[in-house]
Design a binder for this molecule. Structure first.
Ligand code: PMP
Length: 421
C-alpha cells in the first residue's frame, strides 16, 4: 500500500517553550571573578600582585617530564586506563608518608586522592551539608570555599577573627548559638590574609569541636611554604580533632597546580561517603597524572625543590614588605606573614581598595581588593597582595607604580572590576 502523500501544512509552528529555570543555588552564587581581573592583568607589561599563582619559572619541568616519561614507558596501559576512585596506591602511600613525617600519623588507607584540593572541599561539602545547614568560616576567607558552600545551599556564618585568626571564645559562643555542621578554616598562611592560627588557639578550636559536636575542615595548601618561624602542628593533630577533621592537602603550590592533584585525609566514615561522591563527580583523578606524581616523589627530591621555591618566595615577600610603606598611603597597615603567598593590607580611613584598583590597572599594576573575601561585613579598605610571581626587581617597580597610582587617585568609594581568588 502506498503511504498517503502529505500535504503542505500552512499552520505556523507554536512558539518554543523555554527550558525550566536554573537551580537557585546556581543563580544565587556569584561566578568566579578571578577571570575578569586575570584577563586585565595578563596584558603584557602589567605587574600583578593579584593572582594566587605559583611562580611558573620555578616549576621542576625537567623532573616532571621525566616522571611522565617513566609512567608512560614503564606502565603505559595502566597509566592510560581507568583506575580506582580512592587513588593510585603508591601516591596514597607517598601522601601518607609525607603527612606522617609532618607529625600526623597517617596510613595510605586514610587518604583519598582528589582532583586538586578544591575537589576535596566539594566532596566534603556534598557529604556533610544539607541546604540550610550552618557552615562557620573565618572572616575573610577563601573565595572559592564561599562559592562551594553557597552552591550547597549552606548558611555561611563568619567567626570573629583578629590578626592571628579565629578567636576561640567567640567560636565557642557561636557554635553554641548556631549549631553549625562544620567549621572551615585555612589555619596556616591563610588565603587571603597570610595569617597563621597559633598552636594554643588550634588546641582550643579542637576542644570546642569535640565538646560541642562539630566537623572541622582544615584546608592546607600553603603549609609547606614557611619562610621563618616555628612549624605549627596541624589542627587535625590536636586532641579532640582526631575523629572529626577533614584535612585537605595539595600538590599545587609545591609541584604544579596544572597537575590538579590534591588529597583528603579524613575519618573512615566521612571518607567512605566522599568516595561515593567522587565516583559521581569524576570516577577518579587522572591515572597518568597520579602515576607521574608518584614517580616524581620516588625519583626527585621534592623537599629540595620546595626549599628552592621557599628561598625565592622569601626574597619576594621581603621585597614586597620593604617597599610597601613607600607605596601605600600614610596610615596604612599590613601584616608580615611567615609563609604562604599573600600579604594583607588596610588603607587608611576614607580610602577604597576597589576604586584604587582602577587607577592601579591604568598604571599597569594590580592587586585584589579584600571585600569579596568577607562572608559578612566587608572591609572596603582591605587588599590582598600576592608576592610569588615576580622577581624582587619587578616587585620594586610594581610598588613604584602602585605609589604613583595612589598619588593620582582621589580617596573614596567607586566601581571597579571584581577581584580574584
Ligand atoms: N584552598 C585554598 C585556601 C586555596 O587558596 C586554594 C588555591 N588557590 C585551594 C584550596 C585550591 O587548591 P588546589 O589547586 O589544590 O585545588
Amino acid at each position: 500500500m502506498r503511504a498517503p502523500v502529505s500535504r503542505r501544512c500552512p499552520v505556523p509552528a507554536a512558539a518554543p517553550t523555554p527550558p525550566p529555570a536554573f537551580a537557585t543555588r546556581a543563580t544565587s552564587t556569584e561566578g568566579s571573578p578571578v577571570r575578569e581581573i586575570l584577563a586585565l592583568t595578563e596584558r603584557p607589561g602589567t605587574i600583578s600582585f593579584a593572582g594566587g599563582l605559583p611562580a611558573p619559572e620555578l616549576f621542576d619541568t625537567g623532573g616532571l617530564r621525566a616522571a611522565y616519561d617513566t609512567a608512560l614507558t614503564t606502565t603505559p596501559r595502566r597509566a592510560l586506563q581507568y583506575s580506582t576512585t580512592e587513588g593510585a596506591p603508591e601516591l596514597r602511600e607517598a601522601v601518607a608518608a609525607r603527612a606522617t613525617a609532618r607529625g600526623l600519623p597517617t596510613g595510605a588507607d586514610d587518604v583519598l586522592i582528589t582532583s586538586g584540593s578544591q575537589q576535596a572541599l566539594t566532596l566534603v561539602t556534598t557529604t556533610l551539608i544539607e541546604p540550610g545547614d550552618v557552615v562557620l568560616v573565618e572572616n575573610p576567607t577563601y573565595l572559592a570555599a564561599l562559592q562551594c558552600f553557597g552552591l550547597a545551599g549552606a548558611r555561611v556564618v563568619p567567626v570573629p577573627c583578629d590578626e592571628e585568626g579565629i578567636l576561640p571564645d567567640a567560636l565557642d559562643t557561636i557554635v553554641a548559638r548556631e549549631r553549625p555542621k562544620l567549621l572551615y578554616t585555612v589555619p596556616t598562611f591563610q588565603n587571603p590574609t597570610g595569617r597563621t592560627l597559633p598552636g594554643t588557639r588550634r588546641a582550643a578550636v579542637a576542644r570546642t569541636a569535640a565538646r560541642l559536636g562539630l566537623w572541622l575542615v582544615e584546608d592546607d595548601p600553603y603549609g609547606e611554604l614557611r619562610y621563618e618561624g616555628a612549624h605549627v602542628p596541624w589542627l587535625a593533630a590536636h586532641p579532640g580533632a582526631e575523629d572529626r577533621t577533614a584535612l585537605l592537602g595539595s600538590f599545587s603550590k609545591i609541584m604544579a597546580p596544572g597537575l590538579r592533584l590534591g588529597w583528603l585525609r579524613a575519618p573512615a566514615a566521612l571518607r567512605r561517603h566522599a568516595v561515593v561522591a567522587k565516583q559521581a563527580a569524576d570516577l577518579h583523578t587522572s591515572t597518568v597524572d597520579q602515576l607521574a606524581a608518584a614517580h616524581y616523589l620516588g625519583a626527585a627530591d621534592l623537599d629540595a625543590h620546595v626549599a628552592t621555591v621557599r628561598t625565592a618566595y622569601r626574597d619576594r615577600r621581603d621585597a614586597l614588605l620593604t617597599g610597601l610603606g613607600d607605596a601605600l598611603p600614610a596610615g596604612s597597615t599590613w601584616n608580615r606573614p611567615e609563609g604562604g603567598m599573600f600579604v594583607w593590607a588596610r588603607l587608611p580611613e576614607g580610602h577604597d581598595a576597589t576604586a584604587l584598583l582602577t587607577a592601579a590597572i591604568s598604571r599597569q599594576v594590580a592587586f585584589v581588593p579584600g571585600s569579596p573575601f568577607f562572608a559578612a561585613h566587608p572591609d572596603p579598605r582591605t587588599l590582598r597582595l600576592s608576592f610569588t610571581t615576580h622577581t624582587p626587581q619587578e616587585i620594586k617597580e610594581g610598588l613604584r607604580r602602585l605609589g604613583t597610582a595612589i598619588q593620582g587617585a582621589a580617596p573614596g568609594p567607586g566601581p571597579g572590576p571584581d577581584p580574584g581568588r
